[in-house]
Design a protein. Structure first.
Length: 205
């Protein structure tokens, strides 16, 4: 199961679309893609906390994670890619993730940007690990919760502090070898949990 943790991620494809509203203008004054936001995301990753068979204990490792978020002109779409590696035990397999962040915009609007939720389709590519030389690319579906800690507590302390946040990710593997339940069938809901801090290193304009 630790290999599943190494494959999880959380932030995801860099996607693009035409700005339909701006298409009425001969020359658009703004770009659909905005300047990238670079984010350190140190935290933890836990497997087998949900739907694990009897006798299988959950396991938690530190997760070193970095993400680049690509905002767009649409409040309903961002791109993201990054890398992570979990440490401890049989962890330590580096992987990269990429895909789309699809915010549920009304939640952020209703809370003044303090709380956010998004549904993120992710591609995750792993390069093998300590217990196997096999790697591959897998599809995950992620539910991502965010809390704007810096906006609440450090709003006047500069962009890095004011942009500080906390994240909680529920990552369910969709493709590839899935974990088995007690009957030996594929367990399609045994998510990996990722959580930690968002520490922004740069901001889009």
């Amino acid at each position: 199961m630790k290999r599943i943790a190494q494959l999880a991620a959380g932030v995801l494809l860099i996607t693009g679309a035409a700005n339909v509203a701006g298409a009425q203008e001969a020359s658009a004054s703004t770009s659909f893609f905005k300047a990238p936001v670079f984010v350190l995301q140190p935290g933890g990753v836990t497997v087998n906390a949900v739907s694990a068979p009897d006798g299988v204990e959950s396991a938690t490792n530190f997760n070193a994670r970095f993400a680049t978020v690509i905002p767009t002109a649409s409040p309903y779409l961002q791109g993201v890619f990054g890398a992570q590696v979990a440490t401890g035990g049989n962890a330590g397999t580096p992987n990269i993730f990429y895909g789309a962040i699809i915010p549920v915009a009304p939640i952020a609007s209703a809370t003044g940007g303090m709380f956010s939720f998004s549904i993120d389709p992710l591609g995750v590519t792993t390069f093998g690990g300590p217990t196997t030389s096999a790697g591959g690319t897998f599809f995950f579906l992620e539910g991502a919760f965010g809390l704007a800690v810096g906006k609440m507590m450090f709003a006047d302390m500069g962009p890095m502090w004011s942009g500080l946040g906390a994240y909680f990710l529920i990552d369910q593997q969709i493709s590839g070898p899935l974990p088995k339940d007690e009957s030996g069938d594929a367990d399609r809901f045994r998510p990996v949990l990722l959580y930690g801090l968002n520490i922004p290193l740069g901001f889009g304009q």
